[in-house]
Each structure stands twice: as C-alpha cells, then as structure tokens.
Design a protein around this ligand. Structure first.
Ligand code: GTP
Ligand code: MG
Ligand code: ZN
Length: 322
C-alpha cells in the first residue's frame, strides 16, 4: 500500500478531494474509523465536521483515481461557527460546530457597499469568530465603484483605527486588488462574508485562471441564493493558498461564553480590568469601566451596539456547564 500526504481542497457530500504532495489531485473517502468518531460525537455538542477543507491528511492510494484518507493531522487552528439551526439542532436545542476551513492564517472579511448593503454588525460577528480561533481578521469593503449613499470612509476609518487592515476594492474595476495580493503570500487566506458581496469575484481578480463561478447580481435578490456552494482551496504556490467559501446569512461564533465576549472587542480590553466585577458583562453592572469609556467616546457606539447584539444571541452552551 502506498501512503502519500496531502491537503483537502474540496468536499462534496462524502467525496473528499485531496491535493497530494506530488501535485496530483485525487478523490478520496474517509476511512471507517472516522465515521465511527463522527457518530459518537453526534450525540454531543461537538465538532460536526471530522475533516475540513485545509486539513492535512495522509492518503492510502487505492488506484490512480481514488484513495482513502487514513490520517487527519492535528489542526493548527480552524475557522468555525455554530451550524445553522436546521442542520445540527438536537433535542436539547444544542447546536453543532460547523468548520469552514482548517489551518488558516488570514481571514478576509468581505463586505460590500451595496447589494447586499454594508453590515457592520455582521463584520463584528466575524471578527469575534476569527479572533476566538486565533486567525487574523482583515476587512474588505468591495463594490467601492457603486453608488451607495453612505460614508464608506467612516467605516473604513473605524476599523483602521482599531488596527485591522482595511481594503477598499472593486472586483469589477480591479482596484485595490494588488494591495491584497501583497499580503497573502506564504499564508492560507480565507475569504468569508455574506452571499453576493463578491468573494469569488475578488479571487478571480487576483487569479483569473481560477475562473470561479460568479452570479449576475439580478439573480440574487432576497432568495438567499448562494453561487459558491462549497468551500474550495486553491493552492497558489508551495506556501500560499486561497479559500473561497459559500456566503453566509447569519453567523454565531461557536464556544464563546457571555462573560468572555468583551475580550474579543479589542478596544474594550484595556478597560475590562477596571470593571468593578470580574464577571461584568458591561451592560447593567455598577462601576463598569467599559460603559464609562463609551460615555467618554473612547469606545464607539457602533461597536458597543454590536457587542450588545452579540451578547443577546450568544447561548451559553451546555457544553460549558461543567
Ligand atoms: N459593481 C460591482 N459588482 C461586483 C463587484 N464584485 C462583485 N460584483 C458582482 O456581485 C455579484 C456577486 O458576486 P460573487 O463574486 O458571486 O459573490 P460571492 O460573495 O462569491 O457570493 P456567494 O458565492 O453567493 O457567497 C456578481 O454579479 C458580481 O459581478 C464589484 O466590485 N463591483
Ligand atoms: Mg462565491
Ligand atoms: Zn464592565
């Protein structure tokens, strides 16, 4: 039996596509032992996906076109969210974790000025998700060529001042593309955001040869159509990869406790220690230093509202009631 190492670049139902070290692409299935792990975990609030795009694996080559994944190597990190309710809800109303991509360095949070409208709360949710997985968030405001009727510099400055890299782009006019090209080298870069913001278009502007599927804007409307239906990893060179993902409609970070949420809002960090109570949720508690900073305009109302919005929807999972 021949074993070769590789990386999962696409998953379609039970088919796992692996880019092998020798640059060959091969369709694989999972070895039975993983299915067993999966069925065990299914009864717990735990990881929904046993193998994910970006995972390093070892493949048992069965024949030229087919292999079996026999080892999944430990992940350095991974990007995940709570699986949408319909998909993973159990009797107790718990939610599974859905893995978007494994072994990620850079996350490009793609938003658009219009169609769909710019949504700062969603961006903040994705930032929290990335930070909780030790992944660096970067923010892209795409469709800067379109007329949108709000001040994109206001939002751009807000995120730049927080210290996040901010890119204004237009995938159609190819502006801002080289700025992104300059920071992706040597890294695994994920593009994530709402459906229709232009994730696949941006990747096509960076690498026209990938020719990823893009829909006409008129086909979007509010039907929640997703053009990209499954995450796909494209290897650029030995050390650089890009991952295109399906658009999301909602996002809830996985595994964050209410009392820890404030730590993922980086401008809160320096105040949190001064709150009177170490369990402060920065809402109603007396002597809250975060609220004091908000009043002094050291924390913006936009970010504080995002925080409240997230705090409201975070369920303290049973998983943590230990
Ligand atoms: N005017 C303008 N249109 C854009 C831009 N980027 C993308 N579009 C259009 O927006 C629509 C959606 O683009 P996609 O690249 O398919 O968006 P996506 O984020 O990959 O969407 P999903 O795959 O559904 O998540 C297409 O009609 C694109 O042509 C841009 O910078 N300016
Ligand atoms: Mg797409
Ligand atoms: Zn507080």
């Amino acid at each position: 039996m021949i074993f070769i190492k590789g990386k999962i670049f696409k998953i379609e139902s039970k088919d796992y596509y692996v880019l092998l070290e020798n640059n060959q692409e091969i369709r694989c299935s999972l070895k039975g032992k993983f299915k067993k792990i999966y069925s065990l975990k299914k009864n717990k609030l735990s990881i929904l996906d046993v193998a994910a795009v970006g995972d390093f694996v070892e493949v048992e080559i069965a024949d030229k076109n087919y292999g079996v994944i026999s080892t999944i190597y430990e992940r350095r990190n991974y990007l995940s969210r709570k699986a949408p309710k319909i998909k993973g809800a159990t009797k107790r109303g718990e939610r599974f974790e859905q893995i978007i991509a494994a072994n990620v360095d850079n996350l490009f949070i793609v938003s658009s000025t219009t169609s769909p409208n710019f949504n700062n709360k969603l961006i903040d949710r994705i930032i929290v998700t990335a930070l909780s997985s030790n992944i660096k968030p970067n923010i892209v405001i795409n469709k800067s060529d379109l007329n949108h009727g709000f001040d994109i510099n206001f939002w751009g400055n807000l995120y730049s001042e927080l210290g996040y890299n901010l890119y204004y782009t237009s995938a159609t006019e190819k502006s801002g593309i080289d700025e992104i090209r300059n920071v992706i080298h040597g890294k695994t870069n994920v593009f994530w955001g709402q459906s229709g913001v232009g994730k696949s278009s941006l990747i096509n502007s960076l690498f026209p040869e990938f020719n990823l599927k893009v829909s006409k804007i008129s086909e979007y409307s509010n039907k929640g159509r997703h053009t990209t239906v499954t995450s796909i990893l494209k290897q650029i060179d030995e050390t650089t990869a890009i991952i295109d993902t399906p658009g999301i409609r909602e996002i809830e970070p996985y595994g964050i406790r209410k009392k820890d949420l404030g730590h993922y809002f980086k401008e809160f960090e320096k105040y949190i220690l001064d709150c009177k109570f170490n369990t402060c949720t920065h809402t109603h508690e007396p002597k809250c230093a975060v609220i004091a900073a908000l009043k002094n305009e050291e924390i913006t109302i936009e970010r504080y509202e995002s925080y409240l919005n997230l705090l409201e929807t975070i369920e303290d999972d049973m998983f943590f009631n230990d």
